[in-house]
Design a protein around this ligand. Sequence first.
Ligand SMILES: [Zn+2]
Length: 428
Amino acid sequence: MRPSLKLCALVVLILSSSLADAAAATKAVLSEPDWKAGVATVNITPSEQLRMSGYAARKKPAEGTLIDLYAKALALEDLRGRRVVILTLDLIGVPRLLRESVARQALERFQLPPSALVMNASHTHCGPVVRTGDAKGRDTDPLYQKEVAYRVELERRLVTLIGDALDALAPARLSYTFARAGFAMNRRTPTDKGYRNFPNPEGPVDHQVPVLQVSNEAGELKGVLFGYACHNTTLGIYLYGGDYAGFAQKYFEAAHPGVTALFLMGCGADQNPYPRSLIELAEQHGRTLATAVEAALQTTPRPVRGPLLAVQEDVLLDRTGKLDDYPYTLQILRFGNDLVMPILSSEVVVDYSLRLKKEFAGSAAVWVAGYSNDYCGYIPSRRVELEGGYEANGPWELDTEERIMAKLHELNRRMTTDAAPTPVTVKP
Ligand SMILES: [Zn+2]
């Protein structure tokens, strides 16, 4: 039976008035925004076909583009005027020299301290090599010259991007939610001859998809920063592209016109996306991740307030036979007592993420990022180092995990004290 027109009109009336009530109620409970936020995006797809980074077996340069590569920036400022800029890059990693140069220019041009600049790479294996040297003495290699020219232009674009995000700062609210996605699987499988790079459904994983929502004064979504801990390696083809993380950002932005989606890589060094090796699978994992972000948005948001604190310090690590040899960069962002983000350099295995979430657990939500601010190969945990295998092939000594954890705890203790509300002094 078809409902009568009258009934339809009544239902529409009730629905629209209840929606209007809900909107009014939302407006009524919106407090003054306690943040300013700005987002900016720049296309960083090379105009030339350069050599690609990530798989030594690929000897030829790129042959085209599957989807464009982007750098994106999220600038945040708290009520006291303290700022951070989170830069996310569709690149294999962040070479130390690239970071130092961008950080130096951001300090000079925008007075942004290096501790307040996060540079995170999605670890796509379908991006160009990033040459940090110069082109001198490489006259016989015209491709090398083009690769150096790309890095010089990349640096210029990243500095401009930071400025654009800071220029866009406008009143905003922040909130945190999370969901889960299951396509990351541990890739360390025990065999009679040690650990093999092969899917292991029994190995540790971190399936959390943390999401920072950025809304404007009117409560409209303007940006989402989301994370996942999994190698961005569905593909190893001769086409530029951001792999599953690139597709996830693309799909989310297509479904939310005007919203910028930024991907922050977690501790996925011993995690792979499965199944893999087909463009359709990279799209599928991207769709899964974008859907997880949508799911996170449906849960109860946790308001994120200030004060904003940022610290960056190196911890000295031992490489085989050399004491206190490598300055490994650590960073923490703290959003009052609502969110804390330990940020580690290079390819960090999932044990760090799981351990930090346990040991940092308190009133603040914990979100761990890897692949940031420097690239120095795999960073195994003590367990992985003892077990051996691909992720344990680096030069690191057995106490690497303890040194990193001790330094992060020291930095976090310092910040927790700073984040405490200022005590009210009562006059006698
Ligand atoms: Zn890797």
